[in-house]
Design a protein around this ligand. Sequence first.
Ligand SMILES: *[C@@H]1O[C@H](CO)[C@@H](O)[C@H](O)[C@H]1NC(C)=O
Ligand SMILES: *[C@@H]1O[C@H](CO)[C@@H](O)[C@H](O)[C@H]1NC(C)=O
Ligand SMILES: *[C@@H]1O[C@H](CO)[C@@H](O)[C@H](O)[C@H]1NC(C)=O
Ligand SMILES: *[C@@H]1O[C@H](CO)[C@@H](O)[C@H](O)[C@H]1NC(C)=O
Ligand SMILES: *[C@@H]1O[C@H](CO)[C@@H](O)[C@H](O)[C@H]1NC(C)=O
Ligand SMILES: *[C@@H]1O[C@H](CO)[C@@H](O)[C@H](O)[C@H]1NC(C)=O
Length: 819
Amino acid sequence: MENPSLLSLTVALLGFLSPCLTKLTPRVSFPMGTPGRLLTRFSSHDVGNTTTLLLSEDGDMLYVGARDAVLALDVSYKDAIILRSKLDWSPSEKDIEQCSMKGKKMIDCSNFIRVLQFLNTTHIYACGTFAFSPRCTYINSETLTMRLKADEGRGRCPYDPYQRNTAIIVDGELYTGTVADYRGNRPVISRHLSEGRRVDLKLDDTLGWLEDPTFIRSSFIPDEEKIYFFFSEVGREYDFIDKFIVSRVSQICMSDVGGQRTLQRRWTTFAKAQLLCQADNELPYNVIQDIDTLPPAEGAPADDTLFYGIFTSQWSVNSGRSAVCSFRLTDIKSVFSGNYKVLNRDTLQWSTRVQEKVTNPGECGLHNASDNALRFVKENFLADDSVRPVGRSLTMLSAEHNYSHLTVQRVLAANNRDYTVLFLLTESGYLHKAVLLQSGAHIIEEVQVFEQPQPVKSLKLSIPKGMIYVGTSEGVVSVPTANCSFYWTCPQCVLARDPFCGWDPASRACVEASNTHAGLCQDIDRGNVEEACNTVSFTHRARFGPNKLPAGELVSVSLNEVVQLQCPAASQLSQQLWERPNSRLSSDLYLHLEDGSLSFVASPATLGYYLCLSTENGYQQTMAIFHVKQKSSTMTQIPTRYTWPEAHHIPTTNSVARPWPGLHTSLGTWPKTTETRLGETEATLSNRDTQVTTRQRGRNVTLWTEESGQKEAEFRDGEPLLSARARCYLKELVVVSVLLVLCLSLLITMFLYVIRQRCRSRTAPQAVTPTRESDRRTPVEQEALKGNRFLSKRNEQASGLVCNGALTGSNGHLPNTPI
Ligand SMILES: *[C@@H]1O[C@H](CO)[C@@H](O)[C@H](O)[C@H]1NC(C)=O
Ligand SMILES: *[C@@H]1O[C@H](CO)[C@@H](O)[C@H](O)[C@H]1NC(C)=O
Ligand SMILES: *[C@@H]1O[C@H](CO)[C@@H](O)[C@H](O)[C@H]1NC(C)=O
Ligand SMILES: *[C@@H]1O[C@H](CO)[C@@H](O)[C@H](O)[C@H]1NC(C)=O
Ligand SMILES: *[C@@H]1O[C@H](CO)[C@@H](O)[C@H](O)[C@H]1NC(C)=O
Ligand SMILES: *[C@@H]1O[C@H](CO)[C@@H](O)[C@H](O)[C@H]1NC(C)=O
């Protein structure tokens, strides 16, 4: 037993690490219905649970396995999904009755299609849960008609629609990972539809080759003639922790035909190994959620095949977070060709006792090996070593997003280099597009694809069509992998750092890089606008040089009015900044609001030009220019003026921008007493009721906004945006502003101090006192921490970590040697 105080120290230390993660904010966000990212949807009232997707080779047809139906959707048009045919395949009344008599819910007694694979050029093989009595059938892919007699689906498809399974057809044979019984406790990896001398094979289940697995995916690697299965299961080798989940990769050879006496009709080539997705000194992200295969680049060996997986953690400290790890095929192969753990047949305990190696487990072509060799294979199927991620670190870690599905694509950029782009689906219905850079992942954009969080869904990438298809419980949504025309200036196009898009100086447009190769401006790695677009950030002098006063948007105000100038954000990663020619924006007079807008009281000192600048990645661009002028008495109806009959009632709804956030309660009712104290402005006030000056922001305004579909949409709708408001409380304003600024500075100082202390505490862990973090952990987690041997490494390792979440190097890991 290790020293408990050391344990709490480590736990406290881990707790402190968490807030220092980099936040991965998508650069641009497209909520549902935004014009910049138009989605095409297919839905029909009688189609639901579209959880299995299959694309034809040319990408023109999308076959969908839904509830009680298989659909053929024509996706050859860019902006429409057309239903070509629908095959109804539902259980009979009698089947449903029997199913519900066994205590299952009526809705779960439908036929959920869970296997949909091309068998040959003319037929699809499909299996469904069929009222908890799985069936399979052959479907003509042209006419979408099925053979009358259905096959028994046991071992090919789960009984329970909530159980995950995996299936793949290679050379006319079906390889599956699923449970093979009604209760769901007989997991099996098996082969079906074998013909001639080849026989159907399955796992030997006498020794527990699988332990309560959740199947995720399977992948066929042609050069290896092997199928790899990915799943999570209970890690029996960690018997010191109750129900510790591990992620696994397992392999079988396609040439396998089973043993002759030993392992008859059983795999002789099955082997499994742990997939470890873990960063230094962190708990492992042990539960695999999804994984996709990235084939090697053209001309590269098959060993360079990569697998990108999403992993979450079993431990509550990491709940809601997800990590992406990548694994190289060559690493998987070398783990399988190494040593294997030994199972004690009596105690069912694992050990690494050195044993004479009779043969190499996992090797193809063992079918007519000796009984002795096959017995050895039968008992040695768990590789001793774990497969570690590429670079021995996480590819990406998201603290805010719970990713459930992913797909990966290699994209050739304008510089003729390949970039890896991940499409990640969040639990809450957003599709994130991330490019993997040397410096870490950069989330180019997020697109909302569905509104309600959903339990089962699927994701399919069509590289020929440049589309992602998402199967949801309502139907199918297609999302283009990119919309370059959304970026309509060179800086925006470059700042996006989207390998799909580059700026074409000839056509002065952001275009798809795959269509135009020569001379595109793009800088994926650094996003350096000045170099890529050959422009310079505006400097102060350049902006206000002699005779260079910009023609800004005119804002007419009366003296003592409160003016609020809006500034659209270039992206979620940009920072807004206000400037005036030749004068500083002192905090006595100006209030910078949270949404980036600027507020001040119109006075002779504050009339003039205002520029809103946006800084992103070192590049500054002008987002808006305003010319604030005193209203002349002859000015007519522009800007429009609304007069509220009751001076003391200021609406505080969202359609009216609030002058100062946080102070709206005091503004909600306008205190009469304040007026009397404002001697010098009283006259003005009593002459007028509360005035709100609004301007219609037409499309022309977007000349400076350069960005963001959302903002554009707002302006186009012609929704009046409040820009100025009459008020006469200069002194109060100044006092309140100063107080607010003071409070904010105090808060920020305190916050910075706390952060600094926390980060420092990692270099001096002995100063850290155990926090309540340790109380929140369950005993199981504490065990896991011990099991991870964090303790032995705590001091030396702790100082090596960086606050910005650069997760490099890894030697804190789960022990491969069971205790
Ligand atoms: C791409 O963006 C442009 C500009 O915002 C928009 O007009 C167009 O509809 C978008 N196209 C798609 C397919 O989203
Ligand atoms: C495809 O498989 C089906 C079912 O076994 C068979 O009827 C059909 O003839 C096959 N088609 C071809 C082109 O081999
Ligand atoms: C089918 O979809 C409905 C929502 O439409 C969902 O509540 C249900 O859980 C889904 N069933 C399965 C088996 O995924
Ligand atoms: C994250 O997603 C996984 C898989 O979809 C789910 O099991 C888990 O409950 C989710 N966690 C949170 C905190 O939403
Ligand atoms: C091994 O099996 C193959 C067929 O798979 C057979 O041709 C060969 O003769 C067998 N070798 C031995 C030594 O039995
Ligand atoms: C706005 O743009 C239109 C053309 O799109 C132009 O005719 C009109 O004069 C512009 N208005 C202003 C105020 O610049």
